[in-house]
Write a protein that binds this ligand. Structure first.
Ligand code: SF4
Length: 465
């Protein structure tokens, strides 16, 4: 049986590379690369699948290479992040030298724009995978290039473009091999147990917020039956917590309701966290989610300014945000709001609106990020058009440790200061700290929250370059 290695390459920082995004972990969290979770199931039927996560395993480049040689793969699928691209390309060249006969396939946000240029004659890469939920990778590995529609493939001296298969509305995948990931210390601030599984239901996102890659991937939902088979498998492994990496849980509302009903009637007893939108997670869906085990929802709040929300295509208002968060608090679901500071139209006034929201909103956690002109997004085009970045601009970390760009009226330094104020306003006030302490559920919970606070403080005050 041929051997396929899933490789998250080593890095100088705690990089998170998955699902066509990459960043430096903001607060010491590290989740299972969801691309690899899905691919582990697709590949397992035909190949011996191995995993080396050099980030989670804290492997040096030398140790990672040693492990790769020991596995002796016939093919390597490696993650590449825009945030770490020079390092990733240099390491890929070493993998190529260490395994000259293996095919090397790249996967990641770095290839969303003009991926073909990474398949030149001197590139260590043989192909790029553009959608990790299909069997295209199997077709490619079997030499059937014509059927590998979601790939860019170097064939002799030319690069074959992706095929033109019509987009699917729904999809199913074989049960991922979650056990493959058990040797690594993955962690996430909102899961409530050290052992957890990351699950993808829907792929992509039907919304089109202009700063986000997900709206550019298309959208297809995964059938509730397929998700349930995976959840039953997770339960059989003794895992009790799930992070749904789905970008907007409930985007196809009736399917989300059906999944919740199935989880309830199967008595899975899983606790879970998901991402959703304030205009999607309505009271009826939230009640079903709660009954099915959902304890935390992560919402994209982005800004306290209605003008910013409108300009960047969010499609909802500050009032809708407040009412969804209030409703979650009332029914006992914890909420996390993700914010993006420093979009091109950001001004002192819109920043103050966001700070004002942070003072009063009943969120349990806030993740305060800075705008990043991600590959393939309308925001990138806007930023380039306004001269805020140039086309080769390399700072792609949204954590705020490095601010990617100024807005049209605010400098990078001013955005950095606003971010520090935002973190302080939300987290470092006595009312918030007392509320959090009152909600500590276990020793694990206490240590998790202390680590989070330490990492957040370090990132906010000492991480800036
Ligand atoms: S920000 Fe959220 S809702 Fe908007 S496109 Fe991205 S994933 Fe979808």
């Amino acid at each position: 049986m041929k051997k396929v290695l899933l490789l998250n390459p080593p890095g100088e920082r705690l990089y998170i590379r998955d699902y066509f995004c990459s960043k430096v972990s903001q607060a010491d969290y590290l989740t299972h690369p969801v691309d690899f979770v899905v691919l582990s199931g697709i590949l397992a039927g035909e190949y011996e699948v191995g995993l080396i996560d050099a980030i989670a395993g804290k492997l040096s480049p030398e140790s990672a290479l040693e492990e790769i040689r020991r596995f002796a793969p016939d093919a390597v699928i490696s993650l590449f992040g825009s945030v770490s691209l020079p390092e990733d390309l240099a390491f890929a060249a070493k993998v190529r030298a260490a395994c000259p006969g293996a095919r090397l396939v790249g996967l990641g946000d770095a290839f969303r724009d003009g991926g073909a240029k990474y398949l030149g004659p001197d590139s260590p890469l043989d192909a790029l995978l553009l959608d990790f939920t299909t069997r295209d990778i199997v077709s490619y590995l079997e030499g059937d290039h014509g059927s590998a529609a979601n790939m860019l493939i170097r064939d002799g001296g030319e690069v074959l473009p992706p095929g033109t298969r019509p987009a699917a509305e729904r999809y199913e995948v074989p049960v991922p091999r979650h056990e493959l990931f058990s040797g690594y210390d993955y962690r996430h601030p909102f899961v409530r147990s050290r052992r957890f599984a990351t699950v993808l239901t829907d792929y992509g996102c039907p919304f089109h917020c202009s700063f986000c890659v997900m709206g550019t991937l298309g959208f297809k939902s995964r059938t509730p039956a397929s998700v349930m088979t995976e959840l039953e498998h997770i339960k059989s492994l003794g895992i009790k917590e799930v992070l749904f990496h789905t970008q907007t849980f409930g985007a196809r509302k009736e399917e989300a309701r059906e999944l919740c009903r199935r989880m309830i009637s199967a008595g899975l007893g899983l606790g879970w966290t998901c991402f959703s939108r304030v205009d999607v997670a309505d009271p009826e869906l939230l009640s079903l989610m709660r009954e099915a085990g959902c304890h935390t929802v992560i919402f994209g709040v982005e800004s306290g300014s209605d003008e910013i929300l409108k300009k960047y295509g969010k499609g909802y208002t500050r009032g809708q945000i407040i009412s969804a968060i209030d409703h979650c608090a009332a029914i006992g679901i914890e909420t996390v709001g993700t914010f993006i500071l420093g979009l091109p139209e950001e001004t002192h006034e819109t920043m103050e609106r966001t700070l004002d929201l942070l003072r009063t909103i009943k969120l349990d956690y806030a993740s305060i990020n800075v705008a990043v002109p991600r590959m393939g997004t309308p925001l990138r085009e806007e930023a380039i058009a306004h001269g805020l970045v140039d086309g080769d601009f390399a700072v792609m970390d949204q954590s705020g440790a490095e601010v990617a760009m100024g807005s049209r009226t605010l400098s990078r330094e001013e955005i950095t200061k606003y971010r520090k104020r935002a973190v302080a306003i939300f987290y470092f006030n006595p009312r918030y700290i007392l509320r959090r302490l009152a909600r500590i559920r276990s020793f694990y919970d206490l240590t998790r929250q202390l680590k989070q606070a330490a990492a957040l403080a370090a990132n906010t005050w000492f991480g800036e370059k």
